[in-house]
Design a protein around this ligand. Structure first.
Ligand code: SAM
Length: 227
């Protein structure tokens, strides 16, 4: 069923089998540490894998160098890397145990992802990462105004930040417009797709100018005084 659900969503059989292999690793580790609240195979196929792979259907998805901010158990970053060997994928998370798991899993799957432990607002201050990615992607990490301060500094001018959001995110999207402008970006469009009868959104934020050096601020400040 796991594989059937993915093929119903347009995933080819080889990729679906590779996703299933990664899911087996997540499930095994989830028994001993908290990686994901999803435990059912079919639900994982839909909510973790099919959802992550929707990003590749967007014509604006640039490929190239991509960072997944707050990747958790590896979503959406690992399915993207499984699907596109031509991309260079960085998986970043502030929880070291999750990054250690992802390092093991990537080695087992023969994936060349860079697995980085660190807070996004600190990692984007590194010279090699600042304005260094064709795309940043993120799901279920923070409200959009906060998330943009965490993610846009990674993106090259001309690149894109793709924020995966629920259908009920309209107010959140409107409230983030001022923050996005201050960070050098602009919402290009909000894409919608349907997943298991539920509408999901991807907010496409294009970076038009370098993010001013004042951003990102320290996390306490970002949270206390969101842009
Ligand atoms: N993106 C995954 C998904 O959709 O399944 C995981 C979502 S999980 C709810 C949020 C993750 O973001 C956690 O693993 C957490 O450690 C990470 N996180 C939260 N704030 C972060 C930050 N400032 N920098 C890096 N990672 C962060």
């Amino acid at each position: 069923m796991f594989i059937d659900i993915l093929t119903q969503h347009g995933v080819d059989a080889t990729l679906a089998a590779r996703c299933e292999k990664f899911w087996a690793l997540v499930k095994a580790k989830n028994a001993v540490m908290n990686l994901t609240a999803v435990t059912d195979d079919d639900e994982a196929a839909l909510r973790h894998f099919a959802d992550s792979l929707e990003l590749l259907k967007l014509p604006e998805f640039p490929g190239g160098r991509v960072i997944d901010v707050g990747t958790g158990a590896g979503f959406p970053g690992v399915p993207l890397a499984l699907a596109r060997a031509d991309m260079s994928v960085t998986l970043a998370d502030s929880l070291n145990k999750r990054i250690a798991f992802l390092e093991e899993a990537c080695a087992e799957l023969g994936l060349g992802c860079e697995c980085v432990h660190g807070r996004a607002e600190e990692l984007s201050l590194e010279k090699s990462r600042r304005d260094g990615y064709d795309a940043a992607v993120s799901r279920a990490v923070a409200q959009l105004n906060v998330l943009c301060e965490l993610c846009l500094p990674f993106v090259k001018v001309g690149g894109v930040f793709l924020a995966m959001k629920s259908a009920e995110s309209e107010d959140e999207i409107n409230a983030a417009k001022g923050a996005i402008k201050k960070l050098g970006g602009q919402i290009e469009r909000v894409a919608e797709y349907e997943l298991g009868g539920v509408v999901r959104k991807v907010v496409l934020v294009r970076k038009h100018e370098p993010t001013p050096p004042a951003y990102p601020r320290r996390f306490a400040k970002i949270q206390k005084q969101p842009l």
